[in-house]
Ligand binder design. Structure first.
Ligand SMILES: *[C@@H]1O[C@H](CO)[C@@H](O)[C@H](O)[C@H]1NC(C)=O
Ligand SMILES: *[C@@H]1O[C@H](CO)[C@@H](O)[C@H](O)[C@H]1NC(C)=O
Length: 423
């Protein structure tokens, strides 16, 4: 083994075994990618892995090394690339992708009024948002499947695609109010954080911790054969088993609904709803639509605008955006402070678990004096408890995973096992 490939091997092994080293924000994306992988037909996963493995060692792709792994199943995992788009977004060459993780309507003001979009349309530059960007990268992937795009272009597009399908299912990525809640300071179990981080990671962290112990061992039977090969020993594996067993499997709470998650309904938007910011054309970019024939924004198989609308509506309906944040008037001062200091501290899993043990072992929650009485506490039965009881986060993660699998299958089902010879 050459030193460079040994190094790559060691790094890959460390990455695969140490998901805990990454921020919780990554866990949501990795869970979505794993649920998608569980649902991919074997030939589709093999094609996807050929594309991803190409990116890992571009020069050795055509050598025998990649084919020598072909007996192993699965031939790769999607989870390790699921958070890549966040890791590179501040690099100069990828800075243009930063607005492509969210979409903001100008008139959106949850929890009282949710606009998707409102009369003034979307903020930001036309098509520089997550929903249009999904259309763009899916077009690159379809181009690869048709032999018109290089493997390296498909590799990059795939990494974005896996990530952005996840972002689209986080309700606060669909709202521009206070930077998607990044500027809305709240307390979580007595610590200062912000609303966006609660949804990116803390609710997921809590659900992972509260997963019943019977999911710590592998699932048996047909479900086990279906799920277990795709788990990597990550701390959220029991949570994925639970989402599969109690959610997506036969008799599970999503089993009846989930086939419809892939449906693209009639156009969700009419021309008058679009506002002036967005050009009137379908999201399926690259498919040039002659003027006057724009029947849909969304494609028949990928309809991010239609899919995102009810997810965005959760900001008002659940509400994801707590009404309490508009009471008391203390938020303005904090918003200014956050603006100055940028990102809030992100919890690591070690901190999260340490805090949890501490609370369990020593304190009774209700007798603890609040450490930030000026902030709205969200780790409460009324907020986090209601979300957990309703399986809201699990439903969004399952939905994102099922849709990602459906889309990748639609794009790659016709691609043969052989990679195109051009790179
Ligand atoms: C579309 O995707 C390609 C490749 O992923 C990228 O180079 C291009 O800038 C994207 N265009 C837009 C408008 O997002
Ligand atoms: C695990 O236990 C829960 C009850 O806490 C039960 O509903 C579920 O079916 C069990 N899961 C498995 C895989 O046995």
């Amino acid at each position: 083994m050459r030193p460079s490939s040994l190094q790559a091997f060691v790094l890959a092994a460390v990455f695969a075994r140490a998901p805990t080293a990454y921020a919780w924000g990554a866990a949501g994306h990795e869970i979505v990618a794993t649920i998608a992988q569980i649902h991919l037909p074997k030939p589709v996963l093999e094609t996807v892995c050929d594309i991803l493995n190409f990116g890992d060692s571009a020069t050795s792709y055509s050598s025998s090394s990649s084919r020598s792994h072909s007996q192993a199943y699965p031939p790769c995992h999607l989870a390790p690339i699921a958070a890549w788009a966040d890791q590179i977004r501040s690099k100069p060459q990828y800075r243009y992708t930063a607005p492509m993780h969210y979409i903001n309507a100008l008139d959106d003001l949850p929890a009282d009024s949710c606009a998707f979009p409102g009369p003034q349309g979307w903020s930001g530059r036309p098509n520089q948002n997550v929903l249009s960007a999904l259309g763009n990268v899916s077009h690159v992937l379809r181009g690869f499947a048709a032999g018109d795009q290089s493997v390296s272009a498909a590799n990059e597009a795939l990494r974005f695609f896996v990530h952005w399908v996840g972002d689209m299912h986080q309700p606060l990525h669909m709202s521009g109010r206070e930077k998607g809640g990044n500027g809305a300071r709240v307390a979580w179990n007595g610590r200062v954080t912000n609303l966006h981080s609660v949804w990116d990671g803390l609710l997921i962290a809590q659900s992972v911790r509260q997963t019943p112990r019977n999911y710590s061992s592998p699932l048996g039977g047909t479900a086990g054969a279906f799920v277990e090969p795709h788990l990597r020993g990550a701390i959220y594996d029991p949570y994925i088993r639970r989402i599969m067993h109690e959610g997506l499997s036969e008799g599970g709470r999503f089993h009846e609904d989930s086939p419809a998650w892939l449906d693209c309904p009639e156009p969700a938007f009419t021309a008058s709803e679009q506002g002036s910011q967005e050009p009137l054309r379908p999201v399926v970019l690259g498919l040039t639509t002659p003027a006057g024939t724009e029947k849909k924004w969304d494609d028949a198989t990928l309809c991010p605008y239609a899919w995102a609308k009810p997810i965005h509506a959760l900001n008002c309906d659940l509400p994801v955006w707590p009404h309490e944040l508009d009471q008391g008037g203390h938020q303005d001062a904090f918003a200014a402070e956050v603006h100055e200091h940028g990102h809030e501290h992100e919890y690591s899993i070690e901190e999260e678990l340490a805090d949890f043990d501490h609370v369990l072992g020593i304190h009774v929650e209700s007798t603890r004096p609040p450490r930030h009485p000026e902030l709205v506490e969200l780790d409460t039965p009324e907020y986090a408890g209601k979300i957990a009881d309703g399986w809201v986060v699990e439903r969004l993660l399952a939905m994102a995973g099922v849709r990602l699998a459906g889309l990748l299958t639609d794009i790659f089902h016709d691609v043969s096992g052989e990679m195109p010879s051009k790179a």
